[in-house]
Design a protein around this ligand. Structure first.
Ligand SMILES: Nc1ncnc2c1ncn2[C@@H]1O[C@H](COP(=O)(O)OP(=O)(O)O)[C@@H](O)[C@H]1O
Ligand SMILES: [Mg+2]
Length: 236
């Protein structure tokens, strides 16, 4: 981890994220020369994360308390594990998952990237892997010269996984199999997963299958997002 000289948290729209986590700009710019200090981890994480956030979500900030609570829980867990293991830095390894539900355009992907940004400023290390379900299936299609099991391992073992839009693609035996193997492994190992879906809460079991829906029920807190399609509002 590099030592990152203090920069103004207003730069990347980080102030509201810090406020949600009960932190100040002074905390963020604290520099005691230790690269493993939480403010330095926050500066490093915010900087690194910003590069991987799609353009339209670069300033995303959630207003939902459930998202802040989930992030606080992950950060607390990371600090607990650090204390137990005497690790140099707090890193997210295990923890609860979150399922964002709502129709197309209500802001699920926005909330997901807001969560990635907010976790970054807590001062714990979180290695995210980000994919849509559709991209995941495409990467795992059997084709010549590609070790799809090795590819699958990247997602199934991801430290923190954003799986965007599960249940949106056409269901096939192939997608059902991937969903089950992925969710089951992450469920059994308590690997933090942020899922979004436009499937109505009542239809989850029908769409994803009972086995997947039941595991999601236990491992995830549900956040139901309602409202108009924001993309339509923008076009009008
Ligand atoms: N809380 C918000 N504040 C401002 N813009 C938002 C917010 N939530 C969503 N948007 C914008 O609305 C559009 C749709 O949001 P998105 O998260 O992509 O929807 P979904 O993933 O639910 O289909 C995007 O342009 C996004 O940037
Ligand atoms: Mg989306």
């Amino acid at each position: 981890m590099d030592l990152i000289p203090p920069y103004d948290p207003a730069q990347h729209g980080l102030l509201p994220l810090l406020a949600r986590q009960g932190r100040t700009a002074d905390w963020f710019t604290t520099d005691n020369g230790n690269p493993f200090s939480e403010p330095n981890i926050a500066r490093w994480s915010a900087h690194t994360t910003a590069k991987n956030i799609p353009f339209i979500y670069q300033r995303a900030v959630s207003e939902r308390p459930e998202i802040s609570q989930w992030i606080t829980a992950l950060a607390d867990q990371a600090r607990k594990v650090q204390a137990e293991r005497g690790a140099p830095v707090p890193s997210v390894v295990r923890g609860p998952s979150l399922l964002l539900l709502g129709p197309t355009g209500v802001g699920k992907t926005y909330e997901a990237h807001a969560a990635i940004r907010e976790l970054a400023v807590t001062g714990v290390v979180a290695r995210w892997t980000v994919t849509t379900a559709a991209d995941l299936y495409a990467k795992l299609r059997v084709r010549h010269g590609v070790d799809t099991e090795a590819e699958f391992a990247k997602f199934v073992n991801a430290t923190v996984l954003l799986l965007d839009d599960i249940g949106a693609a056409k269901v096939s035996e192939f997608t059902e199999d991937i969903n089950f193997r992925l969710i089951n492994h992450r469920y059994e190992n308590q690997l933090p997963t942020l899922l979004t879906s436009n499937v109505a809460p009542k239809e989850l079991a029908g769409r994803l299958g009972d086995r997947v829906a039941s595991r999601l029920n236990e491992m995830c807190q549900r956040v139901v997002i309602t409202g108009p399609d924001r993309r339509r509002g923008q076009a009008a």
